[in-house]
Design a protein around this ligand. Structure first.
Ligand SMILES: C[S@@+](CC[C@H](N)C(=O)[O-])C[C@H]1O[C@@H](n2cnc3c(N)ncnc32)[C@H](O)[C@@H]1O
Length: 266
């Protein structure tokens, strides 16, 4: 895991810029993320009483999960963090009055996370799919837990965007989404962990493929990580034309989301 800690990651600078630039408008567009925050919080609720150490939230974005859990664990040390400083500042300005005074807000790249003390809970909504190796990231987070400590995460999985994929095949253009982890990545992390997983499929309607790509941009997620093919104005237009030829009323997009609660046993 040391490689993960030491690597400098220009992709994450681009990501931080992209998410940072939408901080002020994210809430208006992030409909799927809002629902997913409700689901993760619901899933975690029965386990809150087992949390008995510092709480770390990473990838807080504009604080959907921070807000929903603001009154939980009033006496535990708490860190609210994100890769993008603008997201941290936005959440701090919006929610600091709702959170215990001792809450620390700071930037953190979870792929360069070097824990200084063990945590009782590490919490994050729809962020870990942005990491290069989800299983390695989860195992690394696991080493930062106290025995009995929990990780609660959600992530977009590889069941997402089948309509985008098949439209690309039809239009004969490359599929340019970031590779997404399989739903079962969190299921078995080794003997040290016990995991509870919930997989769900959600749907959203967009006016057209073009509107869908604008939506991704509006929530800061229009960034391609790594070396894969990137979308261009031409590919978007080719997708739009192919879709228009079908005379459909809207462009349906399916999301696969995995929710996982992982407990470190020893
Ligand atoms: C889709 S948003 C989700 C935000 C929020 N948790 C929610 O549920 O709406 C993903 C967030 O993860 C952050 N992020 C992406 N890569 C990250 C990394 N390596 N470390 C920490 N945060 C990261 C982005 O800056 C962005 O705010």
């Amino acid at each position: 895991m040391h490689g993960l800690l030491m690597r400098s990651d220009p992709d994450n600078l681009v990501l931080a810029k992209s998410f940072g630039s939408v901080a002020a408008h994210y809430d208006r567009h992030a409909t799927v993320q809002k629902k997913a925050a409700d689901r993760l919080v619901e899933f975690l609720k029965p386990f809150t009483r087992f949390v008995d150490g510092p709480v770390l939230e990473f990838g807080c974005g504009t604080g959907f999960i921070t807000d929903r859990t603001a009154a939980w664990w009033p006496d535990l040390p708490r860190e609210v963090t994100d890769l993008a400083p603008e997201m941290v500042e936005h959440t701090r300005a919006k929610l600091s009055g709702k959170l215990p005074e001792h809450t620390v807000f700071r930037t953190l790249d979870i792929e360069r996370f070097a824990p200084e003390h063990p945590y009782g809970l590490i919490l994050s909504g729809l962020t870990v799919q942005w990491t290069d190796d989800l299983q390695a990231t989860l195992k690394h987070l696991g080493t930062a837990l106290k025995p009995g400590g929990l990780i609660a995460v959600s992530y977009f999985n590889s069941k997402s965007f089948p309509q985008w994929k098949s439209l690309c095949r039809e239009a004969k253009v490359p599929y340019t989404a970031n590779p997404l982890p399989k739903p079962d990545v969190a299921t078995y992390l080794g003997m040290k962990y016990k995991t509870l997983v919930l997989n769900e499929i959600g749907k959203e309607e967009h006016e057209s493929p073009m509107a869908f790509f604008q939506h991704l941009k509006a929530i800061g997620a229009g960034v391609r990580k790594g070396k894969g093919p990137r979308g261009t104005a031409e590919t978007v237009h080719a997708l739009q034309r192919t879709w228009e030829s079908k005379r459909r009323k809207s462009f349906t997009i399916t999301y696969g989301i995995t929710y996982a609660i992982i407990q470190r046993l020893a």
